[in-house]
Design a protein around this ligand. Structure first.
Ligand SMILES: [Zn+2]
Length: 710
């Protein structure tokens, strides 16, 4: 899929397309496995919709007759606003959509669409679905045509009414209209012929008997191939239809001018006399995409593809492209991809857990498992995953028998916000914009989507969020928990009466959702905590601040700030030691600058009385004056003497510090004691910085060491 989100005016669309394509925001991943290569004998047709972790995604049912014959549908204005007039009353179908119900605004075009006026309404980024006739659509895998071809056969964009068909329209129109996969693919081809395409894409249209995969790399030119049971392919946002003999009309549907347009563009590769075109080479480029192709191949067959990387695949497209030509002859469609084992559904699930595939950009994924021999209603099984798939499960269901869906799939939420300051509420992290916290909407726990976005994102970015990565043991624990649940769902589904699919499916989804939340809570409970917004869990003083505040020796300067870099006053240190001593009886302070009702009055009186910290002159204490590091050393050594604490002498010679000479003579003994007791250590390179003000973070650390060493 491809997104250009929010408020794009028609004039901006072209510029935005270029910009978004350049950063490669799309990352949908498709895999197809033919039935003969699968233990259960059923083909698997699967794809993720990827865009990002920002926005809730909903799973819905559109009831039959939502549109009547002759009704016009106008799609999102951000995507060309295609107009479609329905040829009959629309079929019922399942589908995913962006959350357009939160505040009635389409997140793609920014227009208010829930106004009550049906003409304003459109779903936003409709994806995947199965209709009442058993037709399933996966729209779409964003791919890229070459510029020469698109100059001859441009994509059809208007931004107002009358654009070409875009991903967001494909499921709606095909599922509302088509009674078989064949009808669906023919309808899509016809739309490409008459309306053109808003964007390049790869799309599946299938039913239990027949499946098609279509690539379109320009405005009106396309190739559709009929899936067979002996092939595997992977599609990570690149064209993968390679050398095709167009005379194989049983298995190929192609636009009439496919060869002609490529020739005009000067990019044609193939054999015109034989009606053979290398579609990828002619219409796209030799790219193998990204890590997802080599990772996927390795997953299928580590021995064969262990050494294969993207660069090698770029130079050897025939390792993954689809063809029906061998030695100049038409043969059944094939790829050269070979798995090293008979695959089962768990292999498909695990493919979507590969680190390059299952990640925070996942929005939802649907796997269609097609059973040729079954009645229509149970001929298609959908395996649905929502959110980040890295730590998640696929929930099975029979789309045609489904009458309702779990509420966690349908709850509306705001989008996330991104901040540089760590929020008090649950967040994940994004590396975008130089690294930001991703703050979840208030009711995120109600949303299935955000629960699994949250789980996967938190596991991946825990170190950025809390200062501490998730341990390998905990990562494995979560994976094992999710896998155990998956196996349970698989078994329950196999044993289920299909007519119970709604009830059982809702229960399964609820349990999966609850398991996701349980895993998040499990990990959060283990996270290091900071009570202060300005004390990061990964700061050097985090433990010390925790220690002294838990013991009540220091406290924050406000409810949620500690001011670690502020200096500490003489009044404060007096109060700390007084607190540490358990606030014994003390007289009145005998200093002109210490009021008897000052919060530190008793403490000042006590430290003076005990000789821990004396006045600074005739009758002044200077309670607001900052304490230097050497003063702190003397104060603590006085206190230690009072308590008769004997520190073990480490035998360190103060003269070994570079700034020994700057230690005040009256502080030498105290500093010698503090350094040798291990309470004060060098600040920076071999210096004690005796006359620097002690910061609150340093004092916390020094106090912790002091208290721990006796
Ligand atoms: Zn819109």
């Amino acid at each position: 899929m491809k997104r250009f989100r929010k408020l794009l005016t028609a004039a901006l669309v072209t510029a935005a397309l270029t910009a978004t394509a350049a950063i490669g925001a799309s990352a949908c991943t498709t895999i197809y496995v033919g039935g003969n290569l699968v233990e259960e004998g059923t083909p698997f047709v699967a794809r993720t919709e990827d865009y990002g972790a920002d926005m809730n995604k909903l799973w819905m049912i559109t009831e039959a007759g939502k549109w009547n014959a002759g009704d016009t549908y106008v799609s999102c204005s951000a995507y060309g606003a295609m107009e479609w007039t329905f040829t009959h009353d629309s079929y019922r179908f399942t589908h995913f959509t962006n959350d357009v119900f939160y505040d009635g605004t389409c997140p793609e075009c920014g227009e208010k669409i829930n106004t009550g006026n049906p003409e304003d309404f459109h779903y936003s980024y409709t994806e995947f679905g199965t209709n009442e006739k058993g037709v399933s659509v996966s729209a779409t895998e964003t791919i890229h045509g070459n510029d020469a071809v698109k100059a001859v056969d441009p994509l059809v964009k208007t931004g107002e009414k009358g654009g070409g068909i875009e991903e967001t329209d494909i499921p709606t129109i095909i599922l509302a209209e088509a009674a078989t996969a064949r009808e669906g693919v023919e309808l899509l081809c016809q739309i490409y012929d008459t309306y053109g395409a808003f964007f390049e894409s790869g799309v599946f249209v299938c039913d239990q008997n027949e499946g098609w995969y279509i690539e379109n790399c320009s405005g009106t030119q396309y190739v559709a191939i009929k899936l067979n049971n002996d092939m595997i392919f992977i599609e990570p946002n690149i064209a993968i239809i390679g050398q095709i003999d167009l005379d194989d009309t049983e298995n190929i549907i192609a636009s009439e001018k496919l060869i002609e347009v490529a020739k005009q563009a000067g990019t044609f590769q193939g054999d015109e006399a034989e009606n053979i075109i290398d579609f990828k080479a002619s219409y796209a480029d030799n790219s193998s995409g990204n890590a997802r192709m080599p990772d996927g191949l390795k997953f299928l067959n580590p021995e064969k593809y262990g050494q294969v990387d993207s660069q090698y695949l770029d130079a050897n497209n025939e390792m993954f492209t689809i063809s029906n030509v061998k030695d100049g002859k038409i043969v059944p469609l094939y790829t050269n991809i070979e798995a090293d084992r008979e695959l089962d559904k768990n292999d498909i699930f695990n493919f979507y857990k590969l680190s390059s595939v299952g990640k925070e950009s996942n929005q939802e994924i649907e796997i269609f498992q097609l059973f040729e021999d079954r009645p229509l209603e149970t001929g298609t099984v959908g395996w649905v995953g929502v959110g980040n798939m890295s730590n998640n499960v696929f929930v099975p269901y029979y789309p045609m028998l489904l009458t309702d869906q779990y509420e966690g799939y349908q709850v509306s939420t705001a989008t996330v916000t991104k901040t540089s300051e760590k929020p008090d509420s649950f967040c994940t992290w994004t590396t975008r914009d130089g690294g930001k916290y991703v703050v979840y909407p208030e009711n995120w726990r109600d949303s299935y989507y955000f629960t699994f976005e949250g789980l996967g994102g938190y596991i991946k970015y825990a170190e950025q969020i809390t200062g501490q990565p998730i341990s390998d043991a905990d990562k494995q624990y979560v994976l094992d928990q999710m896998d155990a649940l998956q196996q349970q769902l698989n078994q329950e589904f196999a044993a289920m009466d299909p007519k119970d699919t709604t009830k059982v499916g809702m229960d399964m989804a609820k349990r999966a959702h609850e398991k996701g939340l349980e895993m998040i809570d499990y990990l959060l409970a283990k996270a290091p905590k900071s009570s202060f917004r300005d004390v990061a869990t990964d700061s050097w003083y985090f433990n010390a601040v925790n220690y002294v505040t838990e013991k009540g020796i220091m406290s924050g300067v406000s409810q949620d700030t500690f001011a670690p870099d502020d200096s500490l006053t003489r009044g404060m240190i007096a109060q700390m030691l007084y607190t540490l001593e358990g606030k014994p009886e003390a007289g009145e302070p005998a200093f002109a600058d210490v009021a008897t009702d000052a919060w530190y009055a008793k403490a000042v009186a006590w430290v003076n009385e005990k000789g821990i910290l004396n006045g600074v002159g005739e009758d002044a204490f200077a309670p607001e004056e900052a304490v230097t590091r050497e003063q702190l050393a003397v104060i603590l050594s006085n206190y230690a003497k009072l308590k008769e604490h004997k520190a073990e002498d480490k035998g360190i010679d103060l003269k070994s510090y570079g700034d020994y000479a700057s230690i005040s003579s009256w502080a030498l003994e105290g500093m010698d004691w503090a350094v040798n007791a291990g309470i004060i250590s060098s600040k920076g390179e071999n210096t004690l910085a005796p006359t620097d003000d002690a910061t609150r973070a340093e004092v916390a650390t020094i106090l912790m060491k002091f208290m721990e060493s006796f």
